[in-house]
Design a protein around this ligand. Structure first.
Ligand code: GDP
Length: 657
């Protein structure tokens, strides 16, 4: 029988993990009394330790839940809320108490007015059934004025679940004290217990330190009560002493718990049925744990990465890099060939009007030789190592991001970040050595370029595509401009104006000035952009024709076909770079990344981290919670069942006859 409270406390602790449910509460003893009634002193005497604030200025303002469990052999008490309160004692009772703030009788000038009301409301919440009320009143105050008894009367009018404690019995004369304990005005089924719970030290309570409070009190108490055998002795019919009170509390709690066994069991059964139903209907009875969820997610992610790795190889890197170099080639052509009218040299001028005449340029002219050599040199020296490594590394990184986005990790900020960091740490580690290696191996191209016919032909084919795309981009941008200025006609008007002003057909002081030609500054700016795009498109069209012409079919005319030559050089650079990117960066990444994932998302995570990870996804969180709830409820129900069997056997044993 004495095991019951301990078991029930155990059960209550499990129920607390199940989470919020008003139906699943087990009875506790709640302690109420007015300030200075001696409430803290009694509680500490029961527990056997000093742990509460005492004195006139010290008040408990929130409920303190105390759970005492006697653990034989371990010498450890368990305190909730006040963890470091006590040295360990083997004779601690199994009890569950809630200490409430003391009722305020007279509001002090430092106290907010509403505090009195708030404390009273808080106490009202806790003294509801099935809790047992421990109502503390001081012997030197008339019971009719006891705030604790008044409150208890309101919720327990027949006095069925209230234990009266009368403190400070030493402050009234023994006859009067005994009369108080026999009170008929406020009869309580569980009766009154008189105590003297002041620790008898002249130096004050705080100095008692770790001395055994209980022993000191008991000694003092015993001395007092035994000095009045008539009033408090064995034949006196009153209950006195902290030891008696402790026993009573344990007994009453045990009885109350026992009485609530059936209803609590029913409530748990009901909750379990609900959880089981939810698990079936919502989750199809699919088992899940945070670990299995993480492991499966990680496997799936690694699988998708493997698939990516199978299709992202040298050709894909080559294409990426070549695209990037194509842009650089276009920039070079624009800067050195297409966009600079050369008026001060006695060679054909590269302007739109006579651009088609380019092939007429003297193949032996040093000017054209230098121009191509300088362009080639700019291309080979632009920092291909760095560029190539950056392009491939950022592409890998963004592929990894995409893979995360398509995986279950998409809903997990923590995993997302971990994976992203795993990828970037490997890529960063490899960055400088890869970039140096690539730069090193393209070095020969900086001095001499040995090109085969096949490479020239490929370049000629390829660059046509590049030029066409550039042309499309120009035309697309032109269309965008049209729509921003409000139509083709409007753009044409401002374009005509810009052209005329440039040629000098119209004299304007400052063609950029707002208001010139009746156009706003913004419109004039658009007009100039349009002129640029149109000229660029014209040049590209002409150069496309040149590249397609017979002249550019042969490498011999390379000085007249810089587009083809530079394209072929870019391809050589890309191919060479890719060989080393593959060894230095890609293979390394493919080898290390899955291992890094295993380490960062597998081995290194604690159980709590795995749990936290899984619960980042609200759906998974709900799923896990339903399973956990179900498991806990099953566990509780099991424990309840064995308790009931124990109770049954006990009842059987105690039956008369
Ligand atoms: P609380 O405010 O209700 O928690 O009351 P305390 O436990 O702090 O006690 C208030 C005062 O009454 C303290 O000075 C205690 O020493 C004193 N006191 C408590 N119990 C007794 C007792 O049984 N006898 C005597 N004489 N004084 C007590």
């Amino acid at each position: 029988m004495m095991l019951l409270t301990k078991k029930m406390i155990e059960i209550r602790n499990i129920l607390q993990k199940v989470g919020q449910s008003s139906t699943l509460t087990l009875p506790s003893i709640v302690v109420i009394g007015s300030q200075s009634s001696g409430k803290s002193s009694v509680l500490e005497a029961i527990v056997g330790h000093e742990f509460l604030p005492k004195g006139t200025n010290m008040v408990t303002r929130r409920p303190i839940e105390l759970t005492l469990i006697n653990t034989p052999g371990s010498n450890t008490d368990v305190f909730r809320t006040i963890p470091s309160a006590c040295p360990s004692r083997p004779d601690v009772p199994d009890l569950s108490l809630i200490d409430l703030p003391g009722y305020i009788q007279v509001v002090g000038h430092n106290q907010p007015l509403e505090l009195k009301q708030k404390i009273s409301e808080l106490c009202d919440k806790y003294i509801q059934a099935p809790n047992v009320i421990l109502a503390i009143s001081a012997a030197d105050v008339d019971l009719a004025n006891s705030a604790a008894l008044r409150a208890s009367r309101r919720v327990d009018p027949r006095g069925e679940r209230t234990i009266g404690v009368v403190t400070k019995m030493d402050l009234v004369d023994a006859v009067r004290g005994s009369a108080i304990l026999n009170d008929k005005q406020y009869p309580l089924r569980l009766g009154y217990v008189g105590v003297v719970s002041r620790v008898p030290t002249p130096t004050g309570l705080f100095k008692t330190g770790k001395t055994n409070v209980l022993t000191a009190i008991t000694k003092n108490e015993n001395a007092y009560f035994s000095s009045h055998p008539l009033e408090f002795g064995p034949g006196s019919d009153v209950s006195v002493g902290t030891t008696t009170l402790r026993k009573k509390l344990m007994h009453v709690l045990e009885q109350t718990m026992s009485a609530s066994l059936q209803t609590t069991s029913d409530a748990i059964q009901q909750e379990l049925e609900e959880a089981t139903y939810e698990f079936k209907v919502q989750y199809n009875d699919r088992p899940l744990s945070a670990e299995s969820y993480l492991a499966e997610s990680l496997d799936a992610f690694k699988h998708s990465f493997k698939q990516f790795a199978e299709q992202f190889d040298r050709p894909q890197m080559h294409e990426l890099l070549k695209n990037e170099l194509d842009q650089r080639v276009l920039d070079l052509l624009a800067a050195r060939y297409w966009n600079k009218p050369i008026t001060d040299l006695s060679v054909p001028i590269l302007e739109p009007d006579n651009l088609a005449d380019l092939p007429k340029a003297d193949p032996e002219s040093l000017f054209w030789h230098r121009r191509l050599d300088a362009s080639t040199s700019s291309l080979t020296k632009l920092g291909v190592g760095r560029l190539a490594t950056t392009v491939v590394a950022s592409s890998i990184q963004s592929h990894v991001d995409n893979l995360i986005g398509q995986s279950t990790f998409a809903n997990h900020p923590f995993a997302r970040q971990t994976i992203t960091e795993a990828a970037s740490s490997i890529l960063n580690d490899r960055f400088y050595s890869t970039s140096d290696q690539v730069e090193n191996c393209i070095k020969p191209f900086k001095f001499d370029i040995d090109m085969e016919d096949r490479e020239w032909t490929q370049g000629r084919d390829h660059v046509q595509g590049v030029l066409k795309k550039e042309l499309e981009a120009c035309e697309g941008a032109m269309k965008d401009l049209e729509s921003t200025v409000g139509g083709r006609r409007k753009l044409k008007e401002v374009l005509n104006f810009v052209d005329k002003a440039r040629k000098g057909d119209i004299i304007v002081e400052n063609e950029n000035q707002a208001g010139a030609g009746g156009f706003s500054a913004a419109l004039l700016q658009k007009g100039r952009e349009a002129a640029f795009l149109r000229d660029r498109a014209d040049i590209i069209k002409m150069r496309l024709m040149a590249v397609k012409s017979k002249q550019c079919a042969s490498m011999k005319n390379k000085y007249h076909c810089p587009e083809v030559f530079l394209d072929a050089v870019a391809t050589k650079l890309a191919s060479t770079a890719v060989l080393f990117l593959n060894v230095e960066l890609l293979s390394e990444f493919y080898y290390n990344f899955p291992r890094e994932l295993d380490s960062r998302l597998g081995r290194h995570l604690s159980e709590e981290e795995v749990e936290r990870f899984a619960k980042e996804d609200p759906k998974i969180k709900k799923h896990l919670e339903v399973i956990r709830r179900k498991e806990l409820l099953e566990l509780v129900l099991d424990k309840m069942e064995s308790l009931r069997q124990l109770e049954g056997r006990e009842g059987q044993r105690l039956k008369p006859g």
